[in-house]
Write a protein that binds this ligand. Sequence first.
Ligand code: SF4
Ligand code: SF4
Length: 95
Amino acid sequence: MNMKDKSWKEIPIGGLIEKGGTAMEYKTGSWRTFRPVVDKSKCINCLQCWIYCPDSSIKAENGMMAGFDYEHCKGCGICATICPVKCIKMEQEKK
Ligand code: SF4
Ligand code: SF4
């Protein structure tokens, strides 16, 4: 289902996800007011951010933190809060 093709009258009440494996179709990045930005020079690749991100929006490659999936990151700031070395900053989104 492509959400762009449907009006509010056609989507399920409350935006209910009707079946598994469809979360990738919901591009929640447009909800963001603040975006996470990482300073990789300070990152210790503990992947705590990857574990705690509620939207699976932390990218990991070869066991290392590799940035963000900005199409799905909602800007909740959990990654910045949980990071033990505080190398993720939340910056105002430019619209
Ligand atoms: S701001 Fe929230 S949604 Fe975005 S990457 Fe961090 S924890 Fe995930
Ligand atoms: S929590 Fe912080 S230090 Fe750990 S992988 Fe994420 S950005 Fe790097």
